[in-house]
Design a protein around this ligand. Structure first.
Ligand code: GTP
Ligand code: MG
Length: 207
C-alpha cells in the first residue's frame, strides 16, 4: 500500500469521544514500551507521527490517525504498566477494553509482543480475552533487530507452541522491527486486502 497521507486526528480519553466510526479501523495494542508507536511510524514511514519514548507509559490516550483518507489507525496506551498505581492501571484497562468492545468500526487488532521474551502471562491473558470476546486480532513480534536470527526463530516457534496449547489454529503472525523497517509492509498489505474485501462486500461504516 502506498501511504499518500497520514494525519493525526485526535487523542481521546474515552471511546465515546473517538472520531465518527465511518471508516475501517485497525489498532495497535500491547504492553507498555513494546514498540507500538515506533512501529506505527516505521510502517507509515513518518518520523514522529506517533509519540515514542524510552520510558514506558508514553501513550496514555487513544490516538487516532487517518490514513489515505479512507482508514483509521489507532495507537492505544500500553497495558500492564507496572509503575502506576493499581487503580490507575485498572482505569487504563477499562479504557482499552471499553474501546475494543464498543468501537463499531474496529476491524482488527494488532497485538504487539516483544520478540525477546518468552511468552508472558499478561500477553497470553490479553490474547485469551480477545478469544473469549470474539475480537479479531493478529500478532506482531517487535524489536526483532535485537535478536540473532536463530534466537528470533526459536522465540517465535516457542510462542506458537504455547498458543497451540489453547488455540486450534494460529492467528496471522508478523515479525517486525521499527528500527530496521521490517514487517510494516506485510501489515499494510493485510490492511489493504481487508479494506478491499470490505469494499467489495459493501461492508461500510457510514452512519
Ligand atoms: P507506550 O506508549 O509507553 O505504551 O510504548 P510503545 O509501545 O508505544 O513503545 P515506543 O514505540 O514508544 O517504544 C519504546 C522504546 O522501544 C523506544 O525507546 C523505542 O526506540 C524502542 N523500540 C521500539 N521499536 C523498536 C525496534 O523495532 N527496535 C529497537 N531496537 N528498539 C525499538
Ligand atoms: Mg506509545
Amino acid at each position: 500500500m502506498i501511504i499518500k497521507t497520514a494525519t493525526f486526528m485526535t487523542s481521546s480519553t474515552r471511546w465515546q469521544d473517538c472520531p465518527e466510526p465511518t471508516m475501517p479501523e485497525y489498532a495497535f495494542i500491547g504492553r507498555s514500551n513494546v514498540g507500538k508507536s515506533s512501529l506505527i511510524n516505521a510502517m507509515l514511514n513518518f518520523k514522529d507521527l506517533a509519540k515514542t519514548s524510552q520510558t514506558p507509559g508514553k501513550t496514555q490516550l487513544i490516538n487516532h490517525f487517518m490514513i489515505n483518507e479512507n482508514w483509521y489507525l489507532t495507537d492505544l496506551p500500553g497495558y500492564g504498566y507496572a509503575r502506576v498505581s493499581k487503580s490507575l492501571r485498572k482505569e487504563f484497562e477499562k479504557l482499552i477494553t471499553n474501546y475494543i468492545l464498543n468501537r463499531k468500526n474496529l476491524v482488527n487488532l494488532f497485538v504487539l509482543i516483544d520478540a525477546r521474551h518468552s511468552p508472558q502471562k499478561i500477553d497470553l491473558e490479553f490474547i485469551g480475552w480477545c478469544g473469549e470476546n470474539g475480537v479479531p486480532f493478529s500478532l506482531a513480534f517487535t524489536k526483532s533487530d535485537k535478536l540473532k536470527p536463530n534466537v528470533l526463530k526459536e522465540n517465535v516457534e516457542k510462542y506458537k507452541a504455547v498458543l497451540l496449547e489453547t488455540w486450534e489454529s494460529l492467528p496471522e503472525i508478523y515479525v517486525t522491527s521499527a528500527e530496521k523497517k521490517v514487517g510494516g509492509e506485510e501489515i499494510l498489505k493485510f490492511i489493504s486486502v481487508t479494506n478491499q474485501f470490505l469494499k467489495e462486500n459493501h461492508i461500510n461504516f457510514e452512519l
